[in-house]
Design a protein around this ligand. Structure first.
Ligand SMILES: *Cc1c(COP(=O)(O)O)cnc(C)c1O
Length: 460
């Protein structure tokens, strides 16, 4: 026997429905070609995000029933604390309402002066925003290979440590606040960071006395890639790999809406440093809530604690990463250009190569998002120039390094049959790609425009 199936049986279902083509056309027009403005009921297969969209297990649902809603000292908080000690070997934990809550609480204590740099492989967008809100400057040092979608590389989330070290030397240590490793690297296509690279980053951190933190939303998927791709880790358990990864950091921020498979929640984990814990605790209270609930209800903390274990289950991870790879391989076989190798949580379609006749100023990936919805009722999301926005000084549209349409796969939600439908729809579009037109604004908000903007196809 060589085939394996989803490592679960389905106990509860939620109906989805494909509305007729004319209604999809009407819905897309009404949404101004913006997937964020579609009603979810008009969507058949929803690949907008993997954040908070996972299906909880029966263990998680059962745990919710024993949630302790005490204001202080909740038993459910201690469940999380024990899980974090067990899985990550960290002494301190602060719950937050989601990942950005963790960033808001922590970053004021890591950025000490205005215009200090935060060095990352590639910062996530809310992370960038919180660095900037605290006077810091986010800067990326991901390896160059990450931007070549056709190049084979097992760890495209890695840091270019030489370039980073040159930057530190050039700026001087005092201009650097801390190093933040995003694992997996969401913005580069869910690409993992290797253990060897993490170790090299730690060496740089030690050499210059810099704190090293992990943006840990996809801690388990990154560990799975290390197990399956890095020499010497094949026979280690996911937990052993997670512990080894996190032993190299001083702490983590985590959006638990990803690998911990809850609909809402986040964490700050601190390995040993009590003073950072005390500082963050004092900021947590006014912003998120008392330190033993930090913006979460007791039942949600129970689901999170159970989800941290669900996330590192090797059967689950093999199937999870396998499903994303399955989608990617099918698309690639049909000639659709994608970021290669396939990442952990999403397939990134290279819209620059898919629609070479559409300029970045006319948002090729967003045009493709619209087509995919029309074709199959499938909702994807643009990660390209529309997301990037304008240069705040000149007002000119910035051109992204890559124009991606992200097909983000929620955890334990869809079967491979749904993936087949996505492949079918996108293959049909690939056949008629020359006829697709670019988009222009009919309404452009000043900040975070991709959420609320409205677009229309350009005239021929
Ligand atoms: C989702 C995410 C965040 C922010 O988390 P929220 O829970 O959405 O606030 C931060 N970093 C990374 C890498 C993420 O994927």
């Amino acid at each position: 026997m060589t085939l394996t199936a989803e490592p679960y049986k389905i106990k509860m279902v939620e109906s989805i429905h494909l509305i007729p083509k004319e209604e999809r056309a009407r819905a897309l027009l009404a949404a101004g070609y913006n997937p964020f403005l579609l009603k979810s009921e008009d969507v058949y297969i929803d690949l907008l995000t993997d954040s908070g969209t996972g299906a909880m297990s029966d263990r998680q649902w059962a745990a919710m029933m024993v949630g302790d809603e005490s204001y202080a000292g909740s038993r459910s908080f201690f469940r999380i604390k024990e899980a974090v000690k067990d899985i990550f070997d960290y002494d301190y934990v602060i719950p937050t309402h989601q990942g950005r809550g963790a960033e808001q609480v922590l970053f004021p204590h890591l950025i000490h002066k205005k215009d200090q740099y935060v060095l990352g492989n590639m910062h996530f967008d809310t992370t960038m925003a919180h660095i900037e809100l605290n006077g810091g400057i986010p800067i990326n040092f991901v390896i160059e290979e990450a931007f070549d979608t056709q190049m084979e590389h097992p760890f495209k989330g890695n840091f270019d440590t030489e370039r980073m070290e040159a930057f530190i030397l050039n700026q001087g240590r005092d201009k650097i606040a801390f190093i933040l490793v995003t694992a997996t690297c969401n913005s580069a296509g869910g690409q993992p960071v290797s253990m060897a690279n993490l170790r090299a980053v730690r060496q740089v951190a030690d050499k210059y006395g810099l704190p090293l933190w992990i943006d840990a939303a996809r801690y388990a998927e990154n560990a799975w890639f290390i197990k399956s791709r890095e020499q010497g880790y094949q026979n280690k358990t996911i937990k052993e790999i997670v512990r080894e990864m996190f032993a190299m950091a001083d702490g983590f921020t985590m959006s638990a809406k990803k690998d911990a498979i809850v609909n809402m929640g986040g964490l700050i984990g601190i390995r040993r440093d009590e003073s950072t814990f005390q500082n963050a605790s004092s900021t947590c209270v006014p912003f998120e809530g008392f330190i033993t609930y930090g913006g979460m209800s007791g039942r949600d903390m129970e689901a999170l604690a159970a989800g941290l274990y669900d996330g590192i289950d090797p059967d689950y991870l093999e199937n999870r990463i396998g499903q994303v790879a399955y989608l990617g391989h099918q698309l690639r076989e049909r000639g659709v250009p994608i970021q290669w190798p396939v990442g952990g949580h999403a397939v990134f379609v290279d819209a620059k190569k898919f629609l070479p006749h559409i300029s970045p100023e006319q948002f090729p990936a967003q045009a493709l998002v619209g087509e995919l919805y029309l074709e199959g009722g499938i909702r994807a999301v643009e990660v390209g120039s529309l997301l990037l926005g304008r240069n705040p000084q000149t007002g000119k549209q910035r051109v992204a390094d890559a124009e991606f349409m992200r097909l983000t796969i929620p955890r334990r939600v869809y079967t491979n049959r749904h993936m087949d439908v996505v492949v079918d729809a996108l293959s049909a579009i690939w056949q008629r790609r020359e006829n697709i037109r670019g988009l222009e604004f009919s309404y452009e908000p000043k900040v975070l425009r991709h959420f609320l903007c409205r677009l229309q196809p350009v005239e021929r």
